[in-house]
Design a protein around this ligand. Structure first.
Ligand code: PMP
Length: 428
């Protein structure tokens, strides 16, 4: 069956649509933290992209099924699931972030935030963090270095240094690293203003995924947020990867940077529907009101009743099952165990992360930090052979991106670490 599926992919999907692994798995089903292939073999999911609560959570299946049988239509009709969900969702955000624009993907959410920021400020330029990925629509690809590198950086995009304390100019031993990296961003605001083109927005992720699983240094976002407010630059927190409690200590990633960090726009997706397609951009009533005359907002599937029913149930389950706490505690346990491997395996250059979002960076030499890119891919293949799924990320593809479901247990963390230990021990 896999041969047939691969043949059909070659025929009907674009060449640029990659599969995981050289020898892809024929996935049959998945439950909680495990995938099962067509042969019935199981694979631990540390690679999870969207299923925050694990695969096939019975409460979500039930919520979706019930809503699908009851009502499924578009948001120009008035129905309770939409408004109940909007109320419940905005209750997780700081006061003032009250208005939800429901869309269908992270790309759409960022696209809309950028459009509103440009319209409201009457400015065009956007400041970003280098190596970020924010999505695939035209406007959003233009602020995603990994995409625009193929066609040339747009004049209006201004990347600032990745605040990477492993590789960057200011390291883990520098207590002021956050403020120093922030100063580069603030200087960019001022340089652009001096050139007569002050920026419309600063767009950031609260833990940089495409940038290489980089945890923002403490004290980074607070001075940027204050400087942006003083200069009329709007801030956009892209929470597509990290939101919904994944980072453990706070429900939203930007909140891990302190109470002074309140963005003008928060974009979200992925985990929001546990794999059921839904996304949103949340902003203030004031911003929303100023934008609305520019064109009524309407998305046929944004705010879809089934999606909202799933999203609502997901928020309840995160709270009922104490999953944010699990992310905090087991996430740290996983990193502690992985850091323990570094004593015996010189390939491990750095272990970092927050909650259940971690990175293990592999280097050929700890002094030069030469990225062990091919090795990392091979390690993922060997882990797959042992029934553990994880995949590389980062500009050099030499970082394991660990993003398990929030239901991942200590036992799963041990299984993952033991498998990695064995792969590094036996060679790859
Ligand atoms: N922002 C970030 C940080 C992402 O990682 C992604 C997707 N990987 C997106 C936005 C785009 O989301 P989508 O694929 O749902 O359009």
């Amino acid at each position: 069956a896999i041969d047939k599926a691969l043949e059909a992919r070659r025929k009907h999907l674009p060449n640029t649509h990659p599969t995981y692994f050289a020898d892809p798995i024929a996935m049959a089903r998945a439950r909680d933290c495990l995938f099962y292939d067509e042969r019935g073999l199981s694979y631990l999911d540390a690679l999870n992209n969207v299923t925050l609560l694990g695969h096939g959570h019975p409460r979500l299946v039930d919520a979706a099924t019930r809503q699908l049988g009851r009502l499924n239509t578009n948001t120009r009709f008035v129905y309770d699931t939409l408004t109940e969900y909007a109320e419940r969702l905005t209750a997780t955000l700081p006061d003032g972030l009250d208005v939800v624009y429901f869309v269908n993907s992270g790309s759409e959410a960022n696209d809309l935030a950028l459009r509103m920021a440009r319209f409201l400020t009457k400015r065009d330029d956007i400041v970003i963090i280098d190596d970020a990925y924010h999505g695939y629509t035209t406007v959003v690809a233009d602020v995603s270095p990994s995409r625009y590198r193929n066609y040339g950086k747009p004049d209006t995009t201004h990347p600032t240094p990745v605040p990477d304390r492993y590789r960057g100019a200011y390291g883990y031993d520098d207590a002021d690293a956050g403020a120093k990296y922030a100063q580069h961003v603030i200087d960019t605001f001022d340089r652009l203003a001096a050139e007569g083109r002050p920026p419309a927005a600063f767009l950031y992720e609260s833990l940089l995924a495409g940038g290489g699983q980089v945890v923002l240094p403490p004290g980074y976002l607070e001075p940027i947020t204050a400087a942006a407010a003083e200069r009329g630059v709007l801030t956009i927190a892209d929470e597509v990867q990290v939101g919904f409690g994944r980072l453990g200590e706070a429900f939203w990633g930007f909140q891990t940077q302190g109470p002074g960090v309140v963005p003008d726009f928060v974009t979200m997706g992925k985990a929001m529907g546990n794999g059921f397609p839904m996304a949103a951009m949340v902003t203030t009533r004031e911003i929303s009101r100023a934008f609305d005359p520019a064109g009524r907002f309407f998305s046929t599937y944004g705010g879809n009743p089934v999606a909202c029913a799933v999203g609502l149930e997901l928020l309840e389950v995160v709270a009922d099952e104490g999953l944010q706490h699990n992310a905090l505690v087991v996430g740290q346990y996983l990193r502690d165990r992985l850091a323990g491997l570094a004593d015996r395996h010189p390939l491990i250059g750095d272990v970092r992360g927050q909650g259940f979002y971690s990175g293990v960076e592999f280097v050929r030499d700890r002094e030069t930090k030469e990225p062990a890119s091919e090795e990392t891919l091979t390690i993922c293949e060997r882990l797959k052979d042992r029934g553990v799924l994880v995949y590389p990320t980062g500009p050099s593809w030499n970082i394991l991106k660990l993003k398990p479901p929030l239901t991942f247990t200590r036992g799963h963390a041990d299984e993952f670490t033991d498998a990695l230990d064995a792969v590094l021990e036996t060679g790859w």
